[in-house]
Ligand binder design. Sequence first.
Ligand code: WT7
Length: 649
Amino acid sequence: MSDDAIQSVLQENRQFPPSEAFSADAHISSDEQYQEMWQRAKDDPDGFWGELARENLDWIEPFDQVSEGDMPDTKWFTGGKLNVTQNCLDRHLDNWRKNKAAIIWEGEPGDTRVLRYQDLHREVCRFANVLKQLGVETGDRVTLYMPMIPELAIAMLACARIGAVHSIIFGGFSADAVAERNNDAQAKLVVTADAGWRRGKELPLKAAVDKSLEKSPSVEKVVVVRRTGYEVEMVPDRDYWWHDLVETASTECEATPLDSEHPLFILYTSGSTGKPKGVLHTTAGYLLGTTMTSRWVFDLKDDDTYWCTADIGWITGHSYIVYGPLANGATTVMYEGAPNWPDEGRFWQIVEKYGVSIFYTAPTAIRAFIKWGDDWPGQADLSSLRLLGTVGEPINPEAWMWYHRVIGGERCPIVDTWWQTETGGIMISPLPGATATKPGSCTRPLPGIVPEIVTKDGQSLGDNQGGLLVMKQPWPSMLRTLYGDHDRFLETYFSEIPGCYFAGDGARRDEDGYYWIMGRVDDVLNVAGHRLSTMEIESALVAHPKVAEAAVVGFPHDLKGEGICCFVTMTVEDDSEELKAELTSHVREQIGAIATPDQIRFAAAVPKTRSGKIMRRLLRDIAAGREQIGDTTTLEDYTVLAKLREEEE
Ligand code: WT7
């Protein structure tokens, strides 16, 4: 096999065309219509995107130019002014949607709250006024470190209302991770909660913020939502209760007119090297991308009840719980807790309770559902469902078939959506009324998206040859920079294949033009649908006084897709279980629970090539059990194996 091609072992021939009934009512209702749109967008991107932006967004001032400049520094809709919240809220208030449910929220303990578009508008205005009162100005950064409660969506939109830039940090991250992100963004204010519910336990958040602030001096004020009643310390003149502040705030707040390229948010994501990358998205392009893809891919209609199970702390929640659905005037369901609390039937009870019609989740969750058994979904009425989606990692065809059969009752199309934090919105995905799906394939690029499979040297590859997945044309919702580090942005995404966007995935395209994602080609793990940098886990490990060296690799994991295996060399003679536990909790503390190692292996030395590069392929083989090595392996064994491998390479 040539060095450039990536071998693909997956063979899948089943096909599932959309039913006539589904196609008849769909926004994009035939393959011809899709082909036509795609070709038009490829031939005349400015005409295509310009028309969509004029027809689907509300502008305060119209734009002069659709796109300006080549990738990577393309600007979109320059000269235009708009406000995202006017598009997500105000424009639904002068028609019947004012009393439509915008957000249906379900708390983990079973409490609920429904915010109609009018209510959401009022709450957003209130909190926008609070932010102003606390000194937040257009362009300031605000960290949101919150559970999945309505106040999180309200706080995001309140930032957008006044042009403050939100940086949401997933509630599972540790105090150190919060401090690092606060510092990178130079955040002025943090919004948090006393705690969040997770499987009946309280996950303290305010306490973590307190700890993070010792190391992040840019933060001047903290707003705290009372969620669980967990005890917190309030620092005078720094910390304020959300409920006290909003009580007296006006429910009217003019939306600030913002330039199309005004920053909307920063979201930190892992890369293969260095600290987390602050992916920056801007106003008009991101809004247009999420608006159109929500409509095309989820076929959103006014009578849908749409539920995306992601956490808003990740890009999926930003784009497809909040911005995309609300811009379409949809009803979006938001659930606070775990899928197996109080029992493994919780998700299906929620589907039944609200009559959810569109359900979007991750393959890692689907594998857990399979493991819990068909009885749980079997006990609920799932007949309201009409469309299913997945995101986060490749879905194995057997999990796809289970989802199709048990959840979809063999009647719901499945949209396997490929995209990334950096792309802002869905890039490659079936259109449910137009595309015949194949289990395990994210099928074809959406209109306006022009992917290609290339070798490391940028040579285009033909059908069924695995290579690097790149984008040849810019698109409106792409990231604009890495916050505060434009050089790193250019280096990370545009240097590997000159003239193209490349963010780390391998893929092949089959004879029907369908894409099959083969996973990441860099040192980034995909653990339960979330990107984790091996390098960050390694640096967390070596920060421990007893660790001399560390190498982290992924291995196949039944539920999580990839598990985390850490090879560590110690500075002391100790290979006890206690030490393993200590290192495990050390990593959790440094990064967060999502980075909890699955395996810790003590090694007398980490195998390296003569040039000093960690031999990751060998370690991956060992972690996956493909290379048999006992627990008592010594320095010599590894070195010998390493040397052997090196000869082969
Ligand atoms: C990486 C992006 C986009 C929201 C969730 C994760 C993998 C994502 C798919 C899919 C195969 C997928 C890729 C990608 N990925 N969706 N449908 N099929 N792989 O966002 O943390 O930015 O991760 O997730 O490897 O590069 P993210």
